[in-house]
Design a protein around this ligand. Structure first.
Ligand code: ATP
Ligand code: MG
Length: 291
């Protein structure tokens, strides 16, 4: 089973992650924007090649989960990092407010239907983690889920974390490599990005009054994130808290983690057995004669 190795932004599984200590900006030693862009371009090509081998190897799937506050740059990161990958080799799904049909099922149902097949990269833009984030901040949303035992049980959220941990461990045991990215944008950077959505006409479409209202709950969101990330970061399904105030650095960091994970799987093109190889020679001879 895949296990994450050390990384400065990896959230450990010992409950020690403190969100208010996590960087939202690149460190002083980080590469400048130009270098980030240059390295990203190379990394994107490597990811595309690795996905091709992932497909031929046919043992693993890769699931990338993205969670963040509004305007942190989920869409742009997904676009930048996967831009080189064969469109047939990856599938992005965005999860919005659940539909009536989705609410009629357990909370892991809607995402399960979009899990990647062996050989493919599946991307979740938001995910079942919304169930312990936005729903934690707005427990009134639980009413629509019509859960039989009510939600007042004091273990309610622990049960949800447990379901998520078990779900992810099950997937990992069966060949899905899971990487989870929390794009950690600061409250002030979010304010600036909302302002630019108001100021620049070509960004008006991105502006949402609802996003500004959600900002009022910033501290509750941070508490929900901190707990959820601590409860669910495990070596086979690690969370990374990526500084998100600088987009070039964020995109490069995410791309490098994906590339390094795929590399560490030691993927290879399958080698035909000797019998098949001798059949190749026969086939070649047949095709050459068949002019
Ligand atoms: P963008 O704004 O870039 O298009 P987005 O992911 O913010 O992307 P929106 O349609 O603006 O998309 O928002 C989706 C909303 O759906 C978010 O507010 C999110 O919290 C909410 N949501 C997602 N899953 C759930 C859920 N399970 N229960 C309740 N709300 C959810
Ligand atoms: Mg939005």
């Amino acid at each position: 089973m895949f296990k994450a190795s050390f990384h400065p932004f990896l959230i450990p599984d010992d409950n020690s992650f403190k969100l208010n200590k996590a960087a939202t900006e690149p460190g002083k030693k980080a590469p400048d924007d130009e270098e980030c862009e240059r390295r990203l371009a190379a990394c994107v090509e490597e990811i595309a090649d690795l996905q091709h081998i992932l497909y031929a190897h046919d043992r693993y799937a890769l699931l990338l989960v993205f969670q963040a506050m509004d305007a942190a740059g989920k869409d742009g990161t997904i676009r930048a990092v996967l831009s080189g990958v064969n469109p047939a080799g990856c599938h992005v799904t965005s999860f919005k407010v659940p539909s009536a049909e989705e609410l009629d099922h357990d909370f892991l149902w809607r995402t399960t239907r979009h899990l990647p097949e062996r050989g493919r990269i599946g991307v979740f833009n938001r995910s079942y983690y919304e169930e312990v984030l936005v729903v934690r901040v707005h427990p009134e949303f639980l009413g629509a889920q019509r859960l039989p035992n009510g939600v007042n049980n004091r273990n309610f959220w622990q049960w949800r974390y447990e379901s998520i941990r078990e779900h992810e461990q099950h997937l990992a045991r069966n060949g899905t490599v899971i990487l989870k990215f929390f794009l950690n944008v600061s409250k002030d950077e979010q304010r600036k990005r909302f302002l630019s959505r108001l100021e620049e006409p070509e960004k008006h479409w991105k502006f949402s009054e609802k996003d500004v209202a959600e900002r009022e709950h910033w501290d509750q969101y941070m508490a929900a994130y901190e707990e959820a990330l601590n409860e669910t970061s495990r070596p086979w399904a690690p969370w990374y808290a990526i500084p998100a105030d600088n987009k070039d650095f964020m995109r490069l960091t995410v791309a490098e983690i994906i590339r390094d994970t795929l590399k560490a799987l030691n993927l290879s093109y399958p080698r035909p057995d000797p019998q098949a190889l001798s059949r190749f020679n026969e086939m070649r001879a047949m095709l050459e004669k068949d002019k």
